[in-house]
Design a protein around this ligand. Sequence first.
Ligand code: 5CA
Length: 159
Amino acid sequence: MEGTSLPERSRRVAEALEAFGARNRVRELPASTRTAAEAARALGCEVGAIANSLVFMADDGPLLVMTSGRHRVDVALLAERLGRRRIRRAEPEEVRAATGQVIGGVAPVGHPAPVETVVDTALEEYPRLWAAGGTPHTVFPTDYAELLKMTDGVPLAVN
Ligand code: 5CA
């Protein structure tokens, strides 16, 4: 059956995608997809079409920001737009606690519990996006509308 040879963290993502009714499947690549630049190279797409899953701590809780690979998140601006006092980059341990995944492989879904999510409006420009599939060697194709729906995300300009 498709997907049975995926690493366990990716199987969780694959199950979440299936449960959501997504059309696309998680795939494992021989090359590293740890960063947006590496993923774009491995996939032969523009770096802006990589949907990075960046984890922040917003006041006390985790916040997932799905960001175009060509953007840096402006945390002060994001805090202002979301009405939070302080937003900072999560530590590796905080990322793992919130998502069950490690930095470089964080997916938009497949987490132990739903994580509040913002989706960068810049991602709307790309008809096909690629997001991480739970490990630094797995990805899946998606699009802006699907990403918003699967994450129950809030669309926001992040810089
Ligand atoms: N697999 C790709 C997308 S297909 C990916 O996960 N890209 S990413 O951008 O979401 O994840 C890598 C990012 O993790 C880097 O861009 C970097 O911003 C962030 N990162 C790397 N090291 C740390 C760290 N020590 N603490 C917090 N964030 C980190």
